[in-house]
Ligand binder design. Structure first.
Ligand SMILES: Nc1ncnc2c1ncn2[C@@H]1O[C@H](COP(=O)(O)OP(=O)(O)O)[C@@H](O)[C@H]1O
Ligand SMILES: [Mg+2]
Length: 255
């Protein structure tokens, strides 16, 4: 799995934090890691972008940004308004492919969700994923509403012949509500892909040393970590599948 596309159900859902966790886990296993952010929007030329946040949290990775547009908009729109050339899917694929010849793992973080447009022709991260034949990691929120956006994302992937490697919950609350707990059981079903991790809420605010020590505990073996979905679900949501199990005392609404 030299190239992994990190997409998700939307913006501000934890793609960068998850990218940093996957990178930190790979670095701890002595892998050479590169992170490609094809189009960074919403930050000025002298401000830190997502790849800088990955370096801060995870440490020594190679980073590449193909373009930066200051307005916080979809890349195609931001490029048009900036009067700048857009980033094309084939450029994303070529850059990721080149990085993959020099690194063990290349993480490509999209902008917003899967079908956000990068150019005026409607090119998306999904097109780049197809050119690369790369698997897609879907980052999803924990709570109410995530089943629909996750199902839509999974369906869009399937319609394009792309494979979802799995799902990672971008920010798992310290006190998960009923929807978040039930979603642990339902997310893999609606996505047709396994749950491969849950990054705790607040992880992005840990010290980098703590973040690097903990990251492997948030990610499943498929992502190089030691996270166990069955144990996590049993601990966090013993009644996710059955209200009777809940009422029998294996779970509590007050947890
Ligand atoms: N697990 C987490 N712990 C702490 N902060 C988080 C976590 N997930 C997301 N955030 C915060 O939420 C915001 C959006 O997360 P980010 O990873 O940048 O999302 P995206 O890349 O999908 O836009 C950021 O300010 C980030 O620090
Ligand atoms: Mg991001």
């Amino acid at each position: 799995m030299p190239v992994l596309i990190v997409s998700g159900t939307g913006t501000e859902i934890g793609k960068t934090v998850v990218t940093a966790a996957v990178a930190a886990t790979a670095l701890a296993r002595d892998l050479d890691v590169a992170v490609l952010k094809p189009a960074q929007t919403g930050v000025g030329s002298d401000e830190p972008g997502d790849v800088d946040e990955v370096i801060r949290l995870a440490g020594g990775v190679t980073t590449v940004e193909l373009a930066r547009f200051p307005e916080p908009l979809a890349p195609a729109t931001a490029a048009r308004r900036a009067g700048a050339p857009p980033v094309r899917p084939h450029e994303i694929a070529e850059t990721a492919g080149k990085l993959a010849t020099e690194h063990d793992l290349v993480l490509v973080e999209g902008a917003g969700g899967l079908l956000v447009r990068f150019d005026e022709e409607g090119g998306t991260l999904a097109d780049a994923a197809r050119l690369l034949a790369a698997p897609v990691l879907v980052v999803a929120p924990a709570g109410l509403g995530t089943l629909n956006t996750t199902a839509l994302t999974a369906e869009a992937l399937r319609a394009r012949g792309l494979a979802a490697l799995g799902l990672v919950i971008g920010s798992w609350p310290a006190v998960p509500d009923l929807a978040a707990r039930c979603n642990l059981a339902d997310l893999p079903d609606v996505a047709g892909a396994p749950l491969l991790g849950a990054v705790p809420h607040g992880a992005g605010a840990l010290t980098p040393a703590r973040f690097r020590r903990s990251a492997a505990d948030w990610l499943a073996p498929a992502l190089g970590g030691g996270w166990d979905v069955a144990r996590f679900t049993a601990d966090a949501a013993p009644g996710a599948r059955s209200r009777a199990a809940w009422d029998a005392g294996t779970g509590s609404a007050e947890r």
